[in-house]
Ligand binder design. Structure first.
Ligand code: NAD
Ligand code: UFG
Length: 338
């Protein structure tokens, strides 16, 4: 299939681009490089040995999107493009709503006009809000605690409504849990701007000496060791789920939603200890107060994805820790030259 990847130069998009090429698809990237750079696409080409067509454009720019659809006969769209920082979304909510919602509407309109039938959307476990219980199952109540999360839930609704009204449209909503790790080549990986918000990039930057100590946000949660529990998933496993989602979309109509996680919850200290053990490194840390907005536990029941998509995460926590460090240690400044 010829597949448009919006946000394809980003962390998850670049890994998915590699897996799509390996599976025989032809990805085309559209990215405004707001949180990425062309070098990521060049590295995807280096890994795969395949040239990747790309457009530098804002997916909210309907004229630019229309031109791109006129020039390409797409079979499917995977919509990764979006702003994703929870804290920032509380500070500048309108920018988040404009970017994350407008982009979806613009794509849906272009798809309708050009007869493109398959849409895979990057949703998030954040749509479950504060879970009543874990593991999380797709049918459980949704609700959000920040504007970023609301953009995901609103997009799920928009896409569901669009598919209800258009018998030709197929929508797959993928609710990602916590992606970490990097491609085993160490050539592509997560490249956060400034001081990382997320746990694994913070750990790798402490390991690299760029940051001095990790702060562990709370050790008084009702979890086995008191620190927050999440479902960390290797980004390559996550990327492979998109290949399965495309196959599913191409052979079904309507909307389907899937949790994309491993089903196992690890605490912050589990991650720190595994990282130190696997990479033979010390990560100095201090226990800090809880981070506002954080929940105690969040992990998936991923059995629907296994049953219906035929997808299951395969990589271990050790793989995630090793590959995260392999990427960071060989790319001290991410995609910028050392
Ligand atoms: P990322 O920031 O690395 O990638 C997003 C890409 O979209 C970037 O390359 C950015 O430049 C691009 N982009 C943003 N707005 C755009 C626009 N209007 N037009 C064109 N390009 C635009 O983020 P990621 O971690 O790869 O996340 C991909 C998707 O998955 C996002 O929608 C994110 O919300 C979602 N998601 C991520 C996580 C996570 O923890 N990384 C978890 C759940 C869901
Ligand atoms: N944590 C620390 N110290 C840090 C960073 C994080 O102790 O420096 C802890 C957090 O308190 C939490 C765990 O590590 O217990 C994971 O935190 P992350 O920030 O890595 O991930 P979150 O689960 O908070 O959020 C992520 C994405 C969201 C997404 C959510 C669910 O950032 O966008 O997963 O998919 F919505």
């Amino acid at each position: 299939m010829k597949v448009l990847l919006t946000g394809g130069a980003g962390y998850i998009g670049s890994h998915t681009c590699v897996e799509l090429i390996l599976a025989g698809h032809t990805p085309v990237i559209a990215d405004n490089f707001d949180n990425s750079c062309p070098e990521a696409i060049r590295r995807v080409e280096e890994i795969t040995g395949v040239n990747v067509k790309s457009y530098e454009l804002d997916v909210c720019d309907s004229e630019a999107v229309e031109r791109m659809f006129s020039e390409n006969d797409f079979d499917a769209v995977i919509h990764f493009a979006g702003l994703k920082a929870v804290g920032e979304s509380c500070a500048i909510p309108l920018r988040y709503y404009r970017n994350n919602i407008d982009s979806t509407l613009t794509l849906l309109e272009a798809m309708k006009k050009h007869g493109v039938a398959n849409f895979v959307f990057s949703s998030s476990a954040t749509v479950y809000g504060v879970p009543e219980r874990v593991p999380l199952v797709e049918g459980m109540p949704t609700g959000c605690t920040n504007p970023y999360g609301w953009t995901k839930l609103m997009n799920e609704q928009i896409l569901t409504d669009a598919a209800s009204a258009d018998a030709g449209l197929s929508v797959v909503l993928l609710r990602y849990f916590n992606p970490i790790g990097a491609h085993e080549s160490g050539r592509i990986g997560e490249n956060p701007n400034g001081i990382p918000n997320n746990l694994m990039p913070y750990i790798t930057q402490v390991a690299a000496g760029k940051l001095s100590r990790l702060g562990v946000f709370g050790n008084d949660y009702p979890t086995p060791d008191g620190t927050g529990v999440r479902d960390y998933i290797h980004v390559v496993d996550l990327a492979k789920a998109h290949v399965k989602a495309l196959d599913y979309a191409a052979s079904h109509k309507g909307t389907e939603v899937f949790n994309i996680g491993t089903g196992t919850g690890y605490s912050v200290l589990d991650i720190v200890n595994a990282f130190m053990r696997v990479n033979d490194l010390e990560i100095p840390y201090d226990i800090k107060p809880r981070r506002p907005g954080d929940i105690a536990e969040c992990y998936a029941d991923p059995s629907k994805a296994e049953k219906i998509l035929g997808w299951k995460a395969e990589k271990t926590l050790e793989d995630m820790c090793r590959d995260s460090w392999n990427w960071q240690s060989h790319n001290k400044n991410g995609y910028d030259p050392d």
